[in-house]
Design a protein. Structure first.
Length: 181
């Protein structure tokens, strides 16, 4: 039997061990008692059990499903304060792009500045665009090598469109610099 790979996360363009335990992704998982240590809980658990989560020791993270409204989490930012160490956005299927919009909303409309993690069915081909939308951490599925995926951040040197990471589009930069080149 092959040896299980240590869970890893890309954070700050570096591969690091992932100390976080994400709970509730499997709908059959029993969430009656939460594990000790750094956990990432679904938004619905935060909404149902805020006192319990705020009273526990250790870092707290919250994850959003594709159909969760980021405004529901943003309305709790003042309650959570510094206790909220990260927000994760779940991509259950490769073709489900709603998480990109969630990231943009969290960064721009709701002003979230902490760690924003993408997880689920994501791959190397999406990392560059995920980063453009505001994600700064990525938990790839076990079949993807995080070290190899780092190359994705250098795939493009110019970006035509503006986005969270660089709001001024290329044509505006060129016009400001003295004309289109």
């Amino acid at each position: 039997m092959p040896e299980a790979r240590e869970r890893q996360v890309i954070r700050g363009r570096n591969v690091e061990p992932d100390a976080w335990k994400t709970v509730g992704v499997d709908p059959a998982e029993d969430l009656a008692s939460l594990p000790a240590g750094p956990i990432i809980v679904p938004l619905k658990v935060l909404v149902a059990r805020p006192g319990e989560l705020l009273d526990r020791d250790g870092p707290l993270g919250v994850w959003l499903a594709p159909d969760d409204d980021p405004a529901d989490l943003a309305s709790r930012f003042s309650l959570l304060g510094a206790r909220l160490a990260l927000v994760a956005v779940h991509f259950p299927k490769f073709a489900d792009g709603r998480g990109f919009s969630t990231a943009v909303l969290l960064r721009t409309r709701y002003g979230y500045r902490g760690e924003l993690r993408a997880f689920g069915d994501i791959g190397r081909d999406q990392l560059f665009d995920l980063a453009r939308c505001g994600f700064d951490a990525f938990a790839l599925p076990p079949q993807h090598d995080a070290h190899e995926a780092l190359a994705a951040f250098g795939d493009f040197t110019l970006r035509y469109q503006g986005s969270v990471d660089d709001p001024v589009p290329l044509f505006r930069k060129r016009a400001t610099a003295g004309g289109i080149q």
